[in-house]
Design a protein around this ligand. Structure first.
Ligand code: IMP
Ligand code: MG
Length: 179
């Protein structure tokens, strides 16, 4: 697997440091509030696990699975909820945890959908952001790193469902895509 990596964008150490800094900010902002983290499966899984363990007070978690990409590297703009939340979010402080925002179409759909369920507050936290590619306007409260328009994998993020288990964020060699 590591032979397929072209270059490492963020190492395990860099990710750990940045995740801790975001968690500290969240802990300060939501102090004395009941916070529900909603992880967007599958990509945000690894980020969510690390992030929640750095938050300093008891929180609740839930997950939603939404498809936007299929097996291509281009967004289809079509969002389908594959697994909905287990519980209602009415009256709750909800923070959506996402792996990467690209066109923003997935999160635009999800935030509109969540708003209709009546949360007390709704914010977005993403590990990675590709602002150059944005189509849908979004207010993102927490961003780990802004990255250029490059296709990346690792730390939960896949190419055709593979490479999620790389412990760092990396680009892949051209040969991987032409296999
Ligand atoms: P959006 O709807 O275009 O913002 O797409 C967001 C989703 O596309 C992310 O949650 C990822 O699952 C996927 N995605 C976007 N960019 C990349 C990438 O560089 N590598 C892998 N998946 C990506
Ligand atoms: Mg995702």
């Amino acid at each position: 697997m590591k032979n397929d990596v072209k270059s490492v964008l963020y190492s395990e150490v860099q990710l750990k440091e940045r995740v801790k800094a975001i968690a500290d900010q969240i802990s300060a902002d939501y102090k004395d509030k009941e916070l529900l983290l909603v992880g967007v499966l599958k990509g945000a899984n690894v980020f969510m696990c690390d992030l929640m363990r750095e938050i300093s007070f008891p929180i609740q978690i839930d997950f939603i699975a939404a498809s936007s990409y299929g097996h291509s590297t281009e967004s289809s703009g079509v969002v389908k909820i594959l697994k909905d939340l287990d519980f209602g979010i009415e009256g709750k402080h909800v923070l959506i945890v996402e792996d990467i925002i690209d066109t923003g179409l997935t999160l635009k759909y999800l935030t509109e959908n969540f708003h209709s369920r009546g949360p007390k507050s709704l914010e977005i936290c993403t590990l990675l952001d590709k602002p150059e590619r944005r189509i849908a306007k979004l207010d993102v409260k927490y961003v780990g790193f802004e990255i250029p328009d490059e296709f990346i994998v690792g730390y939960g993020i896949d190419y055709a469902e593979r490479y999620r288990n790389l412990p760092y964020i990396a680009t892949l060699k051209e040969s991987v895509y032409t296999k």
